[in-house]
Design a protein around this ligand. Sequence first.
Ligand code: V47
Length: 375
Amino acid sequence: MNQSPDLAREALIREMDISMTIKALSLKIMAGGRLSPEEGLQLYQQGPTGLLGMLADTIRIRKNGNKAYFIRNHHIEPTNICINKCLFCSFSHHFSPERWELSIEEILTTVGTLDDSIRELHITGAVHPDRDLYYYGDLLKKIKVLRPTLAVKAYSAVELDQMIRKAGLSYSEGITYLKSCGLDSIPGGGAEIFDETLRKVICGMKTTSTAWLEIHETAHRAGISSNATMLYGHLETPAHRIDHLDRLRTLQDRTLGFNAFIPLKFRNSNNKLSDLQETSPVDDMKLYAISRIYLDNFPHIKAYWPAIGKQLAGISLSFGVDDLDGTINDSTRIYSLAGAEDQNPVMTVSEMQDLITSANRIPVERDAWYNPLGS
Ligand code: V47
């Protein structure tokens, strides 16, 4: 008699040569249970990568079936001039040979050239000392006049923190204002690592962890959804990673406002942490898997392929990932400056579809809210 895939996987877990603790935790996940931070750390540190991949895959199927999403999108990075001095950053002008500052007119010229099939504009960059809330609000308004149906995902919590505080407003007032200008959602950048001691070391001048979480919570309550990220592979420990995931899961329990979690692999070129070795692909996949397992209330786990390369992004579809971000069209510099494989990140739609199909998933083009688009 044919067993259901879940029963077959449970039987396999019972047969595996692993400790009783890891077996019990694995069966708990198969039964739909939630891991405590201690259990999450145990499974992450002691569970074999293949087992974690299988558990993550089970959760992925339950949440998203065999679909793997992608979006046609474009990035705008308005400036690389930054008040922060993060050790991992290869983007800000302190370390880059060139500094840039796009004017609103220059950004609008780019937006005007975008093909109608582009669904989402991702605007993020550095924290410029002179630009303010009204400048960025004005930019949103003008984009919406030019392209009313283009979804705008803009300004990380770090950028929002600076512009809203500078305007003397509360987070709620600032976000409500930006929403009235056309803000649709918020990207997940600036989360880095939430542990306060380590955060002080790698990005001590940046928005605090508490403020990052508060800004996202405020946005969710204002009807603006967002993403979450974690920068991993620098000085953090497995316990720091689980702590980061736990703070996100706790917030998501309250608001359900996060769409996707995106693990961001630290790349070591052209920054103050360049002597650190990068994580191995196996470490990367194990982290993707534990993220899918631990964040049981996040609908999507996204692989940002410019950060890890196309090949590994394809493999990540077997470690809990159901979203490959976008076509991008060579519009971001954050990862090329940090030494990523694709110095000019572009993925055509057919390349994306082939990558997804070759991982035995069904490619689904989506809009900014994960609604599938008609084929
Ligand atoms: O916050 C900076 C990271 C982030 C490096 O929400 C680095 O859909 C690795 O948040 N090595 C910005 N990472 C990018 C970001 C993002 C990207 C794609 C999609 C979304 C989304 C958000 O990039 C920063 C930081 O964590 N970063 N420097 C580096 N050397």
